[in-house]
Design a protein around this ligand. Structure first.
Ligand SMILES: [Ca+2]
Length: 239
């Protein structure tokens, strides 16, 4: 994952009475577990993930314990925690049990009033090694059922998938003509000086588009945020 937002719901998994969430709250990664309408238990990792860097997050269970691991370019952490209700948590059962209310959501849960949309990048998301679901069947090239015996097919995908491959930093920006670079979480932006436009401010805006800029049939010559007039014979002056 890679993001700049300080709050956002990443994963929501519900199956029967069990609800598991992974979210960012105040730049910290949290794991939440709830049984029915019971107490919500929260484990939080002391790690700022809202820094535009790429982080790999892993949640594993072993007996009554869970381990939340975060790997990033600056440091790696591993936090063990135990929920009071841990004995009843089974991550795999969260997706394999066939309760009628079973659902798995990434990015936002519409029934929630306290969790925000996640804005940023998500790479592969896997539960028990099985790839989750930004994908529809046509995304799998060479798809056939004998190879892909196990997969999740998305019911609804409303994300911009293609833009996260771009580094949002200004370290290698292509901004032209002394444009200033503004960093973003999936792409940078060039703020153009007067007279230039385009994604990289590479285009000299045509300043001669207005009619009759030059009088008496004079020819308009485009400049940078300016124009000059080449006068016909017998005429002179700026315009
Ligand atoms: Ca111009």
């Amino acid at each position: 994952m890679r993001t700049l937002v300080r709050n956002g719901l990443i994963l929501f998994a519900q199956n029967g009475p069990n609800t598991l969430k992974i979210r960012i709250r105040g730049s910290k990664l949290q794991v939440l577990f709830q049984i029915g309408n019971g107490e919500v238990e929260i484990a939080e990792a002391d790690y700022d993930v809202s820094d535009k860097e790429l982080h790999t997050v892993t949640l594993t269970e072993n007996a009554a314990n869970m381990t939340l691991a975060i790997k990033g370019p600056k440091r790696n952490i591993s936090k063990d925690f135990t929920f009071a209700q841990s004995a009843t948590i089974n991550l795999t059962a969260l997706i394999t049990n066939e309760a009628s209310n079973r659902q798995l959501r990434l990015g936002h849960y519409s029934g929630s009033s306290e969790d925000w949309f996640y804005k940023g990048c998500l790479g592969e998301v896997r539960i028990g090694g099985v790839l989750l679901p930004f994908y529809v069947k046509s995304d799998f090239t060479n798809y056939n059922t004998s190879v892909y015996l196990e997969y999740f097919e998305a019911v609804d995908v409303s994300v911009q998938k293609h833009r996260c491959s771009t580094d949002g930093s200004c370290g290698h920006n292509q901004c032209k003509h002394s444009a200033t670079c503004q960093e973003g979480y999936y792409d940078y932006k060039c703020n153009c000086p007067a007279g230039f436009s385009g994604k990289w401010c590479e285009q000299n805006i045509n300043d001669c588009t207005a009619p009759s800029l030059c009088g008496q049939g004079g020819k308009c010559l485009d400049g940078v945020d300016s124009f000059t007039c080449r006068c016909r014979g017998g005429y002179s002056g700026i315009r």
